[in-house]
Design a protein around this ligand. Structure first.
Ligand code: IPE
Ligand code: IPE
Ligand code: MG
Length: 232
């Protein structure tokens, strides 16, 4: 498969740079995360308006548990607040919510909220918004292996397509475009399997500043890529 790429079907974003955004303003890291959470609605709207079918947002990695307890608690609190604030808005916009990552390590009340938001929006037919929270690609892959082993799948039946079906992203096409804000050029354990052939876009813009204009720039850059998938 080769040729011009136009609009990505699936965009996945590593929302990085909240801490530096706050530091530049003499604010606490949590204020940065608050500004970052506020930016989610603007970005979701913009991608939905562009007609992107799947949007995955990396909000909290399995490795982020190692941050100071106060910051972790603040992030969990913000997720909880965001679900309260944004779920009705997403629902009215016909957006279907999904979650990838562990759910059982989250506080029980938060688990309940995540499940309720997914249930409420499950029949929506617009954009699919996948929230990667307590997500880590390596542990997702190891879990898939464990599941396959426990299911006594015969080795002859193991292949790439079936393996994808054991991942948290089951049923979601691989991302066409992975965006990372905040200037770092790494994947930080995000969608390692799924991003095998994704186009990567790194921008120094910090997540709370990632605006419609920046989104247009990323999509324009994507349109100029030529995807070859190993072919000519
Ligand atoms: C991204 O912002 C949010 C999470 C990782 C939870 P950071 O908190 O990593 O911000 P920087 O990288 O310190 O600026
Ligand atoms: C990646 O950002 C995770 C999220 C944005 C949720 P980090 O700030 O945790 O990544 P590193 O530590 O710089 O690699
Ligand atoms: Mg960071």
């Amino acid at each position: 498969m080769s040729g011009e790429s136009s609009l990505p079907c699936h965009v996945a974003i590593i929302m990085d740079g909240n801490g530096r955004w706050a530091r530049q303003r003499g604010l606490s890291r949590l204020e940065g995360h608050r500004a970052g959470a506020k930016n989610v609605r603007r970005v979701v709207n913009a991608f939905a308006d562009h007609g992107v079918k799947y949007l995955t947002l990396f909000a909290f990695s399995t490795e982020n548990w190692s941050r100071p307890q106060k910051e972790v608690e603040g992030l969990l609190g913000l997720l909880s607040e965001s679900i309260d604030k944004e779920t009705q808005f997403f629902h009215r916009a016909n957006i279907k919510l999904r979650h990838v990552g562990e759910v059982d390590r989250l506080p029980l009340e938060l688990q309940r909220k995540v499940k309720a938001a997914i249930e409420l929006t499950k029949d929506n037919t617009g954009m699919i918004l996948c929230l990667a929270f307590d997500y880590g690609s390596r542990s997702e892959i190891v879990d898939a292996v464990r599941c396959i082993k426990e299911g006594n799948v015969s080795t002859g039946d193991i292949n790439e397509a079936m393996f994808s079906g054991y991942l948290g992203t089951q049923g979601i096409p691989d991302p066409d475009l992975v965006i990372r804000t905040g200037g770092e050029m790494r994947l930080s354990n995000f969608l390692l399997w799924q991003a095998a052939y994704s186009e990567l876009y790194f921008t120094p813009v910090l997540w709370p500043d990632f605006s419609e204009k920046e989104i247009d720039k990323a999509l324009l850059d994507y349109r100029q890529r030529q995807r070859r998938f190993g072919s000519l």
